[in-house]
Write a protein that binds this ligand. Sequence first.
Ligand SMILES: C[S@@+](CC[C@H](N)C(=O)[O-])C[C@H]1O[C@@H](n2cnc3c(N)ncnc32)[C@H](O)[C@@H]1O
Length: 206
Amino acid sequence: MTKAQSEALGEHWNKFEIPLQGIINPKELFPSLKPKEVVFEIGSGMGEATSQIAANNPDTGYVAVEVHRPGIGALIIRAENLGVRNLKIINADIYEVLTRHIEDQSIDAFHIFFPDPWPKRKQHKRRLLQPGFIEILAKKLKPNGRVNIATDWYPYAQEIEKNFALSKDFSGGVIERPTWRPLTKFESKGINKEHVVTDFEYRKKA
Ligand SMILES: C[S@@+](CC[C@H](N)C(=O)[O-])C[C@H]1O[C@@H](n2cnc3c(N)ncnc32)[C@H](O)[C@@H]1O
């Protein structure tokens, strides 16, 4: 963790933190804002996309869920620089968050940008977007809720498409790159290595 990230956490964490206790009601997370939607981002990394999307959509509430604390420090620096007030952060594993702390049918949308691809065959079982997790996403979304995904690892894109096709809860598939999704350093590096980026949007059936 850099000094700046550690200082940002020390100074501002209490403004952004959602403590992981009891049941979290997404509707109650932004009492003064009364957002039209609450979007959960899974794995916000260094927060480049998260902070820009939140700054560009001040009437939507965003909840970033990330296990990596230095990344949270980086996200807080970016959010503070942009004056973002519609963002909360949970420093925990998304499985724990969703399975123990979030009511069913309470989230409007999930953003999952560049989930770890785990490229080696032996590691595939660690990938996030497996059928069991897709079922959890469906349970936690409101009817018509959305999942937006981007990956620059083509074999993972194929697996994502296959796994969502197996789900009876979702419709959708590959989409054009959404104009609202900012181009991050992470993505640019992939593009420079000639990785093809695939975007998906799935909608929970009503
Ligand atoms: C490859 S990075 C992508 C980060 C960011 N979305 C981006 O586009 O730059 C994947 C991120 O997901 C986080 N992550 C992986 N598994 C997670 C989990 N189970 N719960 C929360 N975050 C997770 C990692 O710590 C990492 O920051």
